[in-house]
Design a protein around this ligand. Structure first.
Ligand SMILES: *Cc1c(COP(=O)(O)O)cnc(C)c1O
Length: 390
């Protein structure tokens, strides 16, 4: 949009292109292909001499609205929507890297990202070094001559460690590498990695962008010169394309992005403060608390602390499971970013397949629980957790 609209306005309106019917709500184009007026027009479209849609594996008008809206929200020149968050990350690394290239990645990334980068991409000659801890020197030390990408998620999952995007962008620049940031936990409502110096943002739209736990989707955002030929080139050929229906659902979710993130962050802060005061709780991990080691950095880098609260309970796995099993309202599921609050025991679920030693090294103890706070009344969430804690 030409005017300098604020995020809430862009989330509702950016990217709309009305058809000849003048529909108010974004139109849903459920069509796999597009018809040409003539053989000459078909040839011109295929030769990239005339703009326009050809086939929905490449582009679709509903998906394009979502891409323009997400680009406006993240402040990106270019956005490529994908079928899921993981296919966004796959398209990103397949588009940007080749055999012999090297990635430096934060250890606290989404479990499937660890497998994708550490195991699957390794089979194709792309090596990844995982760095644990937030110290910039550790990243610097992990850089090799072939390092092409620095990859991170901030806040990290489940311990909410905060990485300094601006400082790591300087490390990436010096190494001649691209800084890729997974912005799923904050979304552009709370954090704009591209403004802080990141080159590429990846998203799972499945989480807060949809916000209501309905569909899978993802996106890769950045400068056109970096991602268009490479990442879009991979997507239109390989096909991890977002369905128009899912794009339409996510567009509707985006309209309430800012108010959901603000409301869910406010509830999460209240829950984190309450948990910190409970005798059965050992430690609370939440960037909005002064006790968080990167509280100050989070305040500088993020517009709000987010809605993920993790905590260690006294009494290890037995007490953690007791709290989980005594909930009646909170959903026992590993998903997050929903209006429904969810609870996870990382050591036996999302991080259950890594060795106990590796888990301990990553700081994921048997008493750790992660709550992704939704939109229910926080008194009801507290009461649900208090039952097991009692
Ligand atoms: C869920 C998630 C992903 C993967 O997204 P899918 O849509 O499930 O493929 C990637 N990164 C983070 C931080 C996530 O939470």
């Amino acid at each position: 949009m030409a005017e300098n609209y604020r995020l809430e306005t862009l989330a509702v309106r950016a990217g709309i292109e009305r058809s000849q019917f003048g529909e108010h709500s974004e139109a849903l184009y459920l069509t796999s292909s597009f018809v040409f007026k003539s053989a000459a027009q078909a040839a011109a479209r295929f030769a990239n001499q005339e703009p326009g849609n050809i086939y929905s594996r490449f582009t679709n008008p509903t998906v394009s609205v979502l891409e323009r809206r997400l680009a406006a929200l993240e402040g990106a020149e270019c956005c490529i929507a994908t079928s899921s968050g993981m296919s966004a990350i796959l398209s990103c690394v397949m588009g940007l890297l080749k055999a012999g290239d090297h990635i430096v990645c934060s250890a606290g990334v989404f479990g499937a990202t660890v497998t994708l980068l550490g195991t699957i991409m390794k089979r194709f000659g792309v090596e990844t070094t995982f760095v644990s801890g937030t110290e910039i020197e550790k990243w610097q030390a992990a850089v090799q001559p072939g390092t092409r990408v620095l990859y991170l998620e901030t806040p990290s999952n489940p311990l909410t460690e905060i990485y300094d995007i601006a400082a790591l962008s300087a490390v990436a620049k010096k190494a001649g590498a691209l800084l890729v940031v997974d912005n799923v936990f904050c979304t552009p409502a709370l954090q704009k990695p591209l403004e802080l110096g990141a080159d590429v943002v990846v998203h799972s739209a499945t989480k807060y962008l949809d916000g209501q736990g309905r569909v899978l989707g993802g996106a890769v955002l950045g400068r056109k010169s970096v991602i268009y030929e490479s990442v879009f080139g991979f997507l239109r050929t390989a096909g991890p394309t977002l369905s128009p229906f899912n794009a339409w659902v996510i567009l509707k979710g985006l309209e309430t992005l800012q108010i959901r993130l603000e409301a869910q962050s406010a509830r999460a802060l209240e829950l984190a403060r309450w948990l910190e005061a409970q005798p059965g709780i050992e430690r609370v991990y939440y960037p909005g608390l002064p006790s968080h080691p990167q509280h100050e950095l989070a305040g500088r880098q993020q517009k709000g602390p987010g809605a993920i609260v993790s905590f260690d309970v006294k009494g290890g796995k037995e007490m953690a499971w007791r709290i989980v099993d005594n909930t009646r309202l909170i959903s026992i599921t590993a998903n997050l970013g929903d209006t429904k609050t969810t609870i996870t025991h990382p050591a036996s679920t999302t991080h259950g397949r890594i060795s106990p030693e590796a888990r301990a090294a990553a700081g994921i103890g048997d008493g750790l629980l992660r709550v992704a706070v939704g939109l229910e009344a926080i008194e009801d969430i507290k009461a649900d957790l208090a039952r097991g804690l009692a």
